[in-house]
Design a protein around this ligand. Structure first.
Ligand code: C2E
Ligand code: CA
Ligand code: CA
Ligand code: CA
Length: 279
C-alpha cells in the first residue's frame, strides 16, 4: 500500500543518516587512533601446499577502539580511504609489519615474507616509494622479505605510472601480489606487463570450489594461466581439508585460511611460529 511505501522510504532514509553519522564518528575516532595506540596488526600464516611449510604471513589491521570495540577493517578502511587517513595509517601498518617480521627473524625463526595490504589510495601517492623505503630502513627488514598486496583497482589508474612504480620497487627486491584476483578489472595484457610474483585467488571462488563446477573451472583456469605467466598462486579462505585437497589436485601453490589459522595478535602468532618450526 501507499502507507507501507512511505514507511519503507522513511526507514531507508534513516538508515542513510545513521550511516553518515557512523562514518563521521568513525572518522573522528580514527584520527586519534594511531597516536593513542589503538591500531593493532593480526597475522595469518600462508602455507606452501606441497610441503606444508609456512612461507609467509599476512598482516591484517584491526582497530581496538574505546568507543566501538574491536572494529573490523571492512568497516573502517573505507572511512580511512575517503578521509585520506589511510595514508598515515598505511604508513604505520607498513612499518609495524616490517618491524614485527624483523623481530621474528632476530628471534631465530626462518625468514618469512610478510605481506602488507596497500590501498589504491596509498599507491596513487607520490610518496608511496619513500614510505615503503622508510619502513624497510627503520625496521632493518630485507626488502625481499616484504610483499605488497595490491588490488586490481590500481590498474584503473595511470597504467604506465603503476607499471613503472612496481618495476622500481621490484628492482629493490620487494615482491608483489594481486589480491582478490578474479573480482576486478585486470586485463590480461596489463597483467603480463606487470612485474608481479603471485595471484591471490579470491575467497568467493575458493569457497565454492567443491560445490559448483563453474567455481572449479575458474580456479583451474586462474592457476593454469598464472603458471603460464610464471606466477605463483595462493588461495584465500581455505577453511576445510577437502578444499585443500582440491587445491592440491589443481596445482595451486599456497593456501591461507581458517583451516591453518585465523588471524591472531603478534604474541599468539609468535607461539604459533615456534610450534610450527620446532616440531
Ligand atoms: P583481504 O586482504 O582479502 O584479507 C583477507 C580477509 O579474509 C581477512 O579479513 C581475513 O581475516 C579473512 N579470512 C582469512 N581466512 C579466512 C577464511 O578461511 N574464511 C573466511 N571467511 N575469511 C578468511 P579482514 O582481516 O577482516 O580484512 C578484510 C579486508 O580489509 C582485507 O581483505 C583487506 O582488503 C582490508 N585490510 C585489512 N588490513 C588492511 C591494511 O592494513 N590496509 C589496507 N589498505 N587494507 C586492509
Ligand atoms: Ca590481502
Ligand atoms: Ca584477498
Ligand atoms: Ca578482500
Amino acid at each position: 500500500s501507499k502507507d507501507t511505501g512511505r514507511n519503507a522510504y522513511y526507514f531507508y532514509d534513516e538508515a542513510m543518516n545513521n550511516d553518515a553519522e557512523e562514518h563521521l564518528l568513525l572518522r573522528n575516532g580514527l584520527r586519534l587512533a594511531i597516536e593513542r595506540g589503538e591500531l593493532v596488526l593480526h597475522y595469518q600464516p600462508q602455507m606452501d601446499i606441497r610441503s606444508g611449510r609456512m612461507v609467509g604471513v599476512e598482516a591484517l589491521l584491526r582497530w581496538q577502539s574505546p568507543t566501538f570495540g574491536l572494529v573490523e577493517p571492512g568497516r573502517f578502511i573505507p572511512v580511512a580511504e575517503d578521509s585520506g587517513l589511510i595514508v598515515p595509517i598505511g604508513a604505520w601498518v607498513l612499518e609495524q609489519a616490517c618491524r614485527q617480521a624483523r623481530a621474528w627473524q632476530d628471534d631465530g625463526l626462518p625468514a618469512l615474507t610478510v605481506a602488507v595490504n596497500l590501498s589504491a589510495v596509498q599507491f596513487r601517492r607520490d610518496d608511496v616509494e619513500a614510505t615503503v623505503d622508510q619502513a624497510l630502513e627503520r625496521s632493518g627488514l630485507p626488502p625481499h622479505c616484504l610483499e605488497l598486496e595490491l588490488t586490481e583497482s590500481i590498474l584503473l589508474q595511470d597504467v604506465e605510472q603503476v607499471l613503472a612504480l612496481v618495476q622500481r620497487l621490484r628492482q629493490r627486491g620487494m615482491h608483489f601480489s594481486i589480491d582478490d584476483f578474479g573480482t576486478g578489472y585486470s586485463s590480461l595484457a596489463y597483467l603480463k606487463r606487470l612485474d608481479i610474483d603471485k595471484l591471490k585467488i579470491d575467497r568467493s571462488f575458493v569457497h565454492d570450489l567443491d560445490q559448483t563446477a563453474d567455481a572449479a573451472a575458474i580456479v583451474e583456469a586462474i592457476v593454469e594461466m598464472a603458471h603460464k605467466l610464471g606466477l605463483r598462486t595462493i588461495a584465500e579462505g581455505v577453511e576445510s581439508p577437502e578444499l585443500l585437497d582440491r587445491l592440491r589436485d589443481i596445482g595451486c601453490d599456497e593456501a591461507q585460511g581458517y583451516l591453518h589459522a585465523r588471524p591472531m595478535p603478534a604474541q599468539d602468532f609468535s607461539r604459533y611460529l615456534h610450534a610450527h618450526f620446532h616440531n
